[in-house]
Design a protein around this ligand. Structure first.
Ligand code: PLP
Length: 385
C-alpha cells in the first residue's frame, strides 16, 4: 500500500521509500505533493468542487481552454473539449471526426485508420483502434470501420474518400513496449492527411506535457493535427481530466439550429470538473515558474549516459526503456519486483522495463533509479544461470 508521496519519492505503509520510476503510470509531471498544485486545488475547493458542464461554463475551464490552445504552435487549434480520461479524449475526437463528415457533405467517410500495435485506451470505442491483442478483449467489431496499417507507405493503396481520420501515437508507441517511429514519419503522415483532406488525430495522452522533451511530441516534427488528445499529465498527475483540442473548422461544422441535430452530444457527468481545471492550470504555471522544459536536456542526457549500454536501450526525451532478451516472458515482472527492494517502483510492458520519472526528477535521483534497475537486472540474470 502506498500511503504518501513527496517529489519523486513514494512511501509504503511500513515506511519504506521508493523512487517513482514511471511517474505513477505516466501521469505524474512535477512530483507528488507539489505545493503549487496542492494550493490551487485547495483554493478551488473553497469555492466549489464541481458543477455540471452541460449548458454551463466556469472561469477555470475558460482559462484552461485558452492556455491549452495557446501552447500549440501556429494557431490552428482554437477549441478545447473536456472529458475525464485518455480513452474519452480519444473517443470524442473519433466521434467528432465521424460526425463532422456525416453532417458536412462527406457521409461516406466512415472509416478510421489506426496503426498496428497502437494503444488508445480501454473503453470499447478506443479499444477498437488498438492493435495489441492483449488489450482488445473480444475483438475489434465494435461498430465502426477501422483499417490497421503498419507504415505510412501503406496509405498509398487506400481510397481516401472513405477515410474520416488517421490516428497515431506520435514519435513513440507506449503500450506496445516503447516503440519508436522512424524520424520524419509523423511529418509524412501529416502531409498525406493534408493532401487528402483527411483528419489527423494525435494521441498525446502519454507524450504530452513535456515527456518527450518538448511540451508536445508533435512539435518535434512541426506538425499540428486536427485533433490533439491530452490526458495523463494534464493535471500534473493529480486528477482524472482530459482535453481534446481541435480547429475552428471542426467547431463550425457543428453549428446550427437545435432542431437541425448538428450538436455534438457527448458529455460525461464530471467533464470539465472545476477541480481538474484548477489542477491543470496550476500544472501549467509550474511549467513556467520552474522552467521545467528548460531543465530537461541535462536530464535526458543523463538517462542516456547511464542507460545507453543496456540491452535494446531506446529513448524519447524523458521516456527511457530497455528490453530483457529472454524466452521467459515474466522477466520484466521479475526485474521490476526485484527493483522494489532497491527502492525503485516501475511497471514492465512485457519484458520491457520503462523509466519515465516525473519531470522534476533530479540528476541524483536518476542515478539512484538506474543503479536500482541495474542491481535488479544483475540479481535476476544471475538467478537464470
Ligand atoms: C494511457 C493511454 C490512453 C488511455 O488513457 P486512460 O486515461 O487510461 O483512459 C490512451 N492513449 C495512450 C497513448 C495512453 O498511453
Amino acid at each position: 500500500m502506498l500511503v504518501e508521496g513527496r517529489g519523486c519519492t513514494l512511501r509504503d505503509q511500513f515506511g519504506n521509500e521508493y523512487l517513482d520510476g514511471n511517474g505513477s503510470i505516466w501521469t505524474n509531471v512535477h512530483g507528488h505533493n507539489h505545493p503549487t498544485i496542492n494550493a490551487a486545488i485547495i483554493e478551488q475547493l473553497g469555492k466549489v468542487a464541481h458543477t455540471s458542464f452541460l449548458g454551463f461554463t466556469h472561469e477555470p475551464a475558460i482559462r484552461l481552454a485558452k492556455e491549452l490552445v495557446d501552447l500549440v504552435p501556429n494557431g490552428k487549434l482554437t477549441r478545447a473539449f473536456f472529458t475525464d480520461n485518455g480513452s474519452t479524449a480519444i473517443e470524442s475526437a473519433v466521434r467528432m471526426a465521424l460526425q463532422y463528415w456525416k453532417q458536412n457533405g462527406r457521409p461516406q467517410r466512415d472509416t478510421l485508420i489506426a496503426f498496428d500495435r497502437a494503444y488508445h485506451g480501454d473503453t470499447l470505442g478506443a479499444a477498437s483502434l488498438g492493435g495489441i491483442p492483449l488489450f482488445k478483449g473480444s475483438g475489434n467489431d465494435f461498430g465502426y470501420r477501422v483499417i490497421s496499417i503498419s507504415s505510412v507507405e501503406e496509405l498509398t493503396g487506400l481510397d481516401a474518400n472513405r477515410i474520416a481520420a488517421v490516428i497515431i501515437e506520435p514519435l513513440i508507441q507506449g503500450s506496445a513496449g516503447m516503440r519508436l517511429w522512424p524520424q520524419g514519419m509523423l511529418k509524412a503522415l501529416d502531409a498525406w492527411c493534408q493532401t487528402q483532406d483527411v483528419f489527423l488525430i494525435l494521441d498525446e495522452v502519454m507524450t504530452g506535457f513535456g515527456r518527450t522533451g518538448k511540451m508536445f511530441a508533435c512539435e518535434h516534427e512541426d506538425v499540428v493535427p486536427d485533433f490533439l488528445c491530452l490526458a495523463k499529465g494534464i493535471t500534473g498527475g493529480y486528477l482524472p481530466f482530459a482535453a481534446t483540442l481541435t480547429s475552428e473548422r471542426v467547431f463550425e461544422g457543428f453549428l446550427g439550429e437545435p432542431d437541425e441535430g448538428r450538436t455534438f452530444f457527448y458529455g460525461h457527468s464530471y467533464a470539465g470538473s472545476q477541480l481538474g481545471c484548477a489542477a491543470a492550470l496550476a500544472s501549467l504555471r509550474v511549467f513556467r515558474d520552474e522552467q521545467v522544459l528548460e531543465q530537461l536536456p541535462a536530464k535526458i542526457a543523463r538517462l542516456r549516459e547511464l542507460m545507453g549500454d543496456l540491452p535494446r536501450f531506446r529513448q524519447c526525451g524523458m521516456i527511457a526503456a530497455m528490453t530483457v532478451d529472454s524466452p521467459d516472458l515474466s522477466m520484466g515482472t521479475k526485474v521490476c519486483l526485484a527493483a522494489r527492494k532497491h527502492g525503485l517502483l516501475t511497471r514492465p510492458v512485457g519484458n520491457t522495463i520503462v523509466l519515465m520519472p516525473p519531470l522534476c526528477v533530479t540528476l541524483e535521483e536518476i542515478e539512484r533509479m538506474v543503479a536500482a534497475l541495474r542491481a535488479a537486472l544483475a540479481e535476476i540474470t544471475a538467478m537464470q544461470r
